[in-house]
Ligand binder design. Sequence first.
Ligand code: FE2
Ligand code: FE2
Length: 274
Amino acid sequence: MEVRVACFGDVVGSPGRKILGRLLPGFIREREIHLVVVNGENMAGGSGITEATYKEVREAGADVITSGDHVFKRSEVISLLEREPALLRPANYPGRAAGRGHVVATARNGVEIGVVNLVGRVFMGPAECPFLAAQDLVARIRQRTPMIFVDIHAEATSEKIAMGWFLDGRVSGVFGTHTHVQTADEVILPGGTGYLTDLGMTGPHEGVLGRKVKPVLHKFLTNMPASFKEASDWVLAKGALFTVDHATGRCLSVERVVLSDPGAGPTKVGGGFR
Ligand SMILES: [Fe+2]
Ligand SMILES: [Fe+2]
């Protein structure tokens, strides 16, 4: 049996949440997706997660919501993390942090799929070793299911690629998040692990990583503080679709995904920077 798992990169604010609401249910139907994993660290106003934004994205079809360095930007996420097993924070945060970094979710076809959320340490804040955390959690989850997906939320491509090789043969898929830029290096590694360095962003692309251009340019040109409001146009949902063999957990295919509203694709926006 083939199992299809769709993963979407950092959801930025209301444009990101709304495009999932518009397009994710149809995508799940058409591609017969069994599990959807969404990185939601920027869901609330571009930074953090609230209860309302969590519910909105779950209702759009996300089964598991991962996060990253912005997870604790809104304090209400603390109780939400304690209540909602499908909402993850990085597993390699210090052990006393609220919430959990992994879950074994039940997919639409009834199979169990493990999801692990990690954060990188290169060019990022302090955290425990993501490699050792992954090794321990993957060994534990494999006692229940060979189908495991790992979100390594990290800045450095080297750290993410290294994680792919480290977990090759032990998990079904490793994908990166955090940079908001989709990479084009999807591959099935020799041990059978599907890999993509970054899923990209689910949000407005007519901006700088989801924020309006002008304040970001102002900051770069002057070093002066600026309020980075979320952008609004050229909204795309970017991610990857992994197809996995149920019995072995091996990845059979990995495909980059870009969902866009009809008529709102890159070509139109390419002429829209004026
Ligand atoms: Fe991040
Ligand atoms: Fe992000």
